[in-house]
Structures are given as C-alpha cells and as structure tokens.
Ligand binder design. Sequence first.
Ligand SMILES: NC(=O)c1ccc[n+]([C@@H]2O[C@H](COP(=O)([O-])OP(=O)(O)OC[C@H]3O[C@@H](n4cnc5c(N)ncnc54)[C@H](OP(=O)(O)O)[C@@H]3O)[C@@H](O)[C@H]2O)c1
Ligand SMILES: [Zn+2]
Length: 393
Amino acid sequence: MPFPYVLLSAAVSLDGCLDDTGPSRLLLSGRADFDRVDAVRASADAILVGAKTVRADNPRLLVNSPERRAARLAAGRPEHPLKVAVSASGELDPRARFFRTGGEKTVYTTDEGAERLRRAGLPGTGTSVGADTGSGTGTGTVSVVPLGGELDWRRLLAHLHDVRGVRRLMVEGGGTVHTQLLQQRLADELQLVLAPLLVGDPRAPRLFGPGAYQRGRLRLVETRALGDVVLMRYEPTEPGAGGDAAPADRHWLRIACELAGECPPSRTAFSVGAVVVAADGTELARGHSREAGDPVVHAEEAALAKIDPGDPRLPGATVYSSLEPCARRASRPRPCARLILDAGVRRVVTAWREPDTFVESADGTGVLAREGADVVVLPEFESRAKAPNRHLL
Ligand SMILES: NC(=O)c1ccc[n+]([C@@H]2O[C@H](COP(=O)([O-])OP(=O)(O)OC[C@H]3O[C@@H](n4cnc5c(N)ncnc54)[C@H](OP(=O)(O)O)[C@@H]3O)[C@@H](O)[C@H]2O)c1
Ligand SMILES: [Zn+2]
C-alpha cells in the first residue's frame, strides 16, 4: 500500500515541551526558523495537524511567502498545500482559522465525529471514503472523511495518497499525532528544532509520549543552527524495509518515476523524470522529458535549467533521475551527465541503467564517476521507471 512520505516537524524546549500551559502559544523558534518551516510547507502536498493543535493554536497552516506561493502556482500546484486535521470527536469550530483561511481542507474523523461536524454546519460532510473523490472544485472547500468507528493511520495515509494525490506530507503536531506516527513506524523523517528555554510545567504537552517505539537509534542526517535554535533532521531507521536506501532517496526517486509517467509519449526517446533536491531536503526543481512543448528536452536538462547556475546549494544537491543520465546525445551539444557535472552537482540517484536502445554502450554513470560524482542505483524502482517505456524495450 503506497503512503506519502511523512515528515514530522516540531519545535521543543530543552525539557522536551511543545508548549506551556498558558492561554497563548509559546513561541519556541525564531524568524530564521519560521522561514525555514515556510519553505518546508511550500514543498509539501499536504500539512496535517491533530485537533488539539487546531483548538489550542488556531493555526492558518498557509505558505506565507508570496514568492513560494507563486512558484507553486507556476509549477502547476495549488497555491497552498492541502490542510488536514485529524479528530476523533469532531469537536472543531467551523470559525477556526484552519477552515476560514485559504487552501483546501480535509478532516479525517470517525463516523460519530462526522455527524458532530455536520451538525456544526461544516460543508461537504458525510462523504464516505469510497465516494470522496477529493476533487473539490473551487478553492478552499472543506471535505470530511469518516473512517468508521476509529481512526486508522494506514487507512488515512492510503486515502491521502490514492485519493488526494499527496506524495509529501508535513505533520506539524501535536505530540499525540507525532507519537502515534513514530510508534507505528509511519514517519520517514523527523525535523526537530531545539529552543534554548525551559518550560518546567509537568502539565505542558510533550513531543513524544510513552509507548512502544522501534528499538535502536535514529539516523542523524543534518544539524543546522538558525539564530539561537538548532535544527536536527533524523531518519527513523528501519532495518529490512526497503533495503539500505535512505527513505528520502526512495521518496525523491519515486517522484522522479512518477514524473516519467507525465511525459508526452514518443517512439524515438525514453520517458524520464528528474528532481533536483538540496542537501537540506528542499526541492530545487523538477522536470520530465519533452516538457513544455520542447520535443527533445531531457528530464535532467529541463530541471537544471530552472535553477540559477550560481545557486550555492547545487554542489550539495542530488539529482534524482528515473533513468541514468545520458552520456551522449544527438539533439544537444552537452549530454545530461555533463550538464550535471557542469552544474556542480556531485550526487545522482537513479533507478535504471540506460539500455542500448538508442545509444550503444551509453555510460552516463562512468562519465559521472570519473569526475568524482557518486551514482547510486536503486533497482527496486527499475520496473516503475521502465513502465512508461515498455513500448521501447
Ligand atoms: N512546538 C510545536 O512544534 C508544536 C506543534 C504543534 C502543536 N504544538 C502544541 O501541542 C499541543 C497539542 O498537542 P497534543 O498532543 O495535545 O494534541 P494533537 O496531537 O494536536 O491533537 C490530538 C487530537 O488529535 C486527534 N487524534 C490524534 N490521533 C488520533 C487518532 N489516532 N484517532 C483519532 N483522533 C486522533 C484527537 O482529536 P479529538 O480530541 O478531536 O478527538 C486528539 O485529541 C498544543 O499545546 C500545541 O500548541 C506544538
Ligand atoms: Zn539526457
């Protein structure tokens, strides 16, 4: 069952609290970190919170930066990610900012919760999982999805993936939601910000509660100081599942394979998708073969063309390409392996080595490796990458 990539995001005090018990929300992070969170929001297809966070903080859950909203629109995505609230009780006020500000909204709830929401006058209630197409027409529509007597995270995530098309889900708390997703091994990444202050109140909400966690240590992938707070990014390790590949690599390569499916069909060239991702997990650009009416453009070429060549994030970035970057081509002077090296990128993750269909003994990997780039092949994605190219093989 495919689920979205699940990214947990939270800020905590030195004593592990998400908030104090005062009436207004405790500000844990500063301006630089709020801007970082805004960029993560802009990269997500959906943002999810628990109902207590909606009731306590009354958040809007929008992308603040006009540039990031414009970039989403230019890429054919909605201006704001889908906003998702999770509530068993259905105790949500229709006047909450969650509902009254922009973006599409979905509430996952129980049958009882859906009934309560309907009585509260929330539009679009009573839609069953089977009947909810998720294609709210105008902007800002609310849909309510009852999941039976109790909430099941796997069903919820499968619905977000299959019906709402969510591939990247940012979870912004609170602790109850974070705890369940981590304990049920549904989290792919944790972005934790540590703030230099102490709450000290035993009644204050904690990030992670008691229960059965996976044993062992999480993998630390990045630390970053942002003003006086520190961001730590972790990947919960999952021995066995999905081989040795990092969840983030699997996530972005899956997206590249999906982009390959969007290429206009061709009898003379492969359908390929590519995404360029900075070391901190920010998507820099994506592309696919023959996009925007250019009959010969390659995926990696299309994606790299959207990035400022002086972008300081390029040397640390990874190119995810459903097919190994080309080493030779007739339609352009520089093949994609060369474009990647010239852009300064030194890491490529791909699903499939190029066969001899159009170019004999193409060796993009060799070209990249000879100049010090690291090429990782994840064969578990090969059949997905080949799917839109079956007629050529
Ligand atoms: N520092 C941060 O980064 C940060 C981020 C977010 C929130 N917060 C703080 O965290 C606090 C809220 O956290 P919290 O842990 O108390 O609550 P929460 O996780 O925001 O929400 C819990 C609620 O979500 C619903 N829910 C969660 N899991 C469910 C399940 N499996 N089945 C059905 N319903 C489920 C229930 O809603 P119903 O009660 O409606 O049934 C439950 O009471 C607030 O003080 C907020 O300020 C801090
Ligand atoms: Zn190419």
